[in-house]
Design a protein around this ligand. Structure first.
Ligand code: GLU
Length: 479
């Protein structure tokens, strides 16, 4: 264990989305690669927008992705006492003060500043109220608590970007709490990072603008600074802010659409990280081994949905049916009766057969949700026009003859030997001159389609009885 302590601090105001999952992943990878600690902290200072449902979604989907944490800290709403203490201390030291200005008044001042060509900021109206004045006003008026900002510039260091310059004169005295018991994000987040011993604050670039405010709190409270690492933005391919339009969704939605956690992880890992070497396919374990904070980029990452789809196809191809079966929703195709699957067309398949179906289905699928759809002839009654049975310019008669021939040979094969290897051998043997005239009609007879897994594989899954029945049906079509 090193003393590295990092956190993922989502606000539960929406479902876990791709961008926050990336922040979580980089924090996790850094902690794991350093033997440090990774904690998840729910930042629910925005009471109106924070929802239990979102909180649960965040934890559930982090788990689904395989990002596990060492500590789950109390929500901010359960720590109001701590923030209250800090707010009171700042007020006592004269570093923060009560502000009674109304919204209308502030709006008016802002307009005046804008007309004068100044950057709008709080004009400092309540800055110099005496404690007695403030106390008596507090009894009858609404208030917020503001932090005093100095009249100067500041530079601070970001791990990836180096020196960053900001100006407190443009920020002005900013609000740190609505009331003593209602701290805002800027305060609660800083206090938590300090009390939770966070050594590296790794978060999205959109938080750079809050950093100068937080630094002032560290200074006033005489706390040591963590290292700030602001992750690059993720932009759409047109370089505009990432949105649904570019295909960016919540993890929950990707999951429903049939994406695999491995593919999403691999994809988000490369949004802003350039690992050594050219290999892009990485498991979580490999990512941990390779991860270096120094290798993160500062320029924006571009979200490319086709790359995510490519990863998904790759991981799907390489995943064993045994690991996929649990991820598939079978309900539309029939039902499980113990270890047997009774399909809608009345055919029953053993678990072994279903694994075989998954193996065949995943060859043509890019998503979990497509697997069964590509081989739906196993589950549903299907029909096709007789003409489809005809290979190129063969005749009805020829195809009928061949199907009869296939039928005769397969009838002789005992159920025990009715497997793809044996069936393929039979087909190969009888079709030495013209494969298409045998393989093609059998494929159509068993699937009703012009593209499917090889017919001997279909026959193997269907078993002898159903295969022969389907061949009979095809023959009957060829009058
Ligand atoms: N609560 C912030 C959010 O919603 C996190 C800020 C931070 O990581 O410092 O993303």
């Amino acid at each position: 264990m090193t003393n590295v302590r990092v956190r993922f601090a989502p606000s539960p105001t929406g479902y876990l989305h791709l961008g926050s999952a990336r922040t979580a992943l980089f924090n996790f990878l850094f902690a794991r690669s350093q033997g440090g600690t990774f904690l998840v902290r729910i930042e629910d200072t925005d009471r109106e927008r924070s929802k239990k449902e979102f909180e649960e979604d965040i934890f559930e989907n982090l788990k689904w992705l395989g990002i596990d944490w060492d500590e789950e800290v109390l929500k901010q709403s359960e720590r109001t006492q701590i923030y209250r203490g800090i707010i009171e201390e700042l007020i006592k030291k004269g570093l923060a003060y009560y502000c009674f200005c109304s919204k209308e008044e502030l709006e008016l001042r802002h307009q005046e500043q804008l007309t004068r060509g100044e950057t709008p900021r709080y004009p400092g109206t309540c800055r110099n109220l005496t404690p007695e004045e403030a106390l008596s006003k507090k009894k009858e008026q609404n208030y917020v608590i503001r932090l005093k900002t100095p009249e100067r510039q500041i530079t601070f260091k970001d791990f990836l970007r180096g020196e960053i310059r900001a100006d407190y004169r443009q920020i002005g005295d900013f609000v740190i709490a609505k009331k003593e018991d209602e701290p805002l994000y800027v305060l609660a987040n800083t206090v938590d990072d300090y009390y939770q011993g966070i050594t590296h604050v790794i978060r999205g670039e959109e938080f750079i603008s809050t950093t100068p405010r937080q630094l002032l709190l560290y200074k006033y409270l005489e706390w040591p600074l963590p290292i700030f690492v602001h992750l690059p933005l993720v932009l759409g391919q047109d370089r505009s802010k990432l949105s649904k339009r570019h295909g960016a969704k919540s993890i929950k939605e990707y999951r429903q659409e049939g994406y695999l956690p491995e593919a999403i992880l691999n994809f988000i890992a490369l949004l802003g990280w350039h690992p050594e070497g050219d290999e892009e396919i990485m498991s979580l374990g490999e990512m941990i081994k390779k991860f270096k904070l120094e290798k993160l980029n500062k320029s924006p990452a571009i979200f490319n949905i086709s790359k995510l789809n490519y990863f998904n196809r790759f991981y799907l191809k390489n995943k064993k049916p045994d690991d996929i079966i649990e991820l598939i929703d079978f309900s539309q195709h029939g039902q499980w009766l113990g270890n047997e699957f009774k399909a809608k067309n009345g055919v029953s398949y053993s678990r072994e057969k279903v694994l075989k179906i998954i193996e065949l289905g995943k060859e043509r699928a890019s998503f979990i949700t497509e697997i069964l759809a590509t081989v739906n002839f196993f589950f549903e009654d299907f029909d096709y026009p007789a003409q489809l049975l005809i290979w190129k310019d063969s005749s009805f008669e020829k195809i009928k003859e061949n199907l009869n021939f296939i039928k005769e040979r397969l009838e002789k094969l005992s159920s025990d030997h009715f497997n793809s290897e044996k069936i393929k051998a039979i087909l190969d043997e009888m079709s030495s001159h013209n494969k298409g005239e045998f393989f093609w009609p059998l494929r159509v007879a068993l699937s009703g389609k012009d593209a499917s897994p090889p017919p001997f594989e279909l026959a193997d899954v269907f078993g002898k009885e159903r295969t022969l029945a389907l061949i009979d049906r095809a023959i009957a079509k060829l009058i």
